[in-house]
Design a protein around this ligand. Sequence first.
Ligand code: GDP
Length: 190
Amino acid sequence: MKAEFVISAAGKDQWPDSTLPEVVVVGRSNVGKSSFINALTNRKRLAYVGNTPGKTRLINFFAIDDAWMLVDVPGYGYAKMSKTMLKKMGELMEEYFSERSVLALAIQLVDARHDPTHDDMDMIDYFKALGIPILLVATKIDKVPKTKRIKALKNLSTKLQLPLSEIYGISSTEKLGLDDVYHAIQAKIL
Ligand code: GDP
């Protein structure tokens, strides 16, 4: 896979002038989003792991295989963020989700070990309302015992009302499930 950084955009005037289909990756802070993007693209530091939220207020665009764009938006649900910062980030994201015409797919990340949070459920309801297709990626599956992995994915399927066939358990540290996600993305958008 070829992955190239394109731009960090602070607003819509900086969105790339591109017609490639876009895949946006979303999830609460610390869910493993940077690790997932790096593992998926085979890059160590394409997305910066362990970012402080202040530094991730921008929307990052990466061109993949010259065929589609991977879009990294700020993580949500960070407890220590100020109200002003939350509002700014919400506006930045809402602008992107509701106005970006080439947006083709949302990859929603949730932690494989836990029930989805209220924020996770709100995000998914929002994508459903906008008619944006969703792939659910359950991160840190290495932390779930092998015999309990299917059960964990089924639980997410029930709680989030998403088909099990669109839910992928992955581990960025153990490199599990990443090829499946890559192929699922392509099947959905190309
Ligand atoms: P982000 O805030 O969503 O970008 O999350 P990061 O990618 O920075 O990861 C948050 C923490 O979870 C870090 O300590 C990572 O090392 C850890 N982490 C990320 N992915 C995995 C994974 O697949 N398995 C395990 N065990 N830990 C992970």
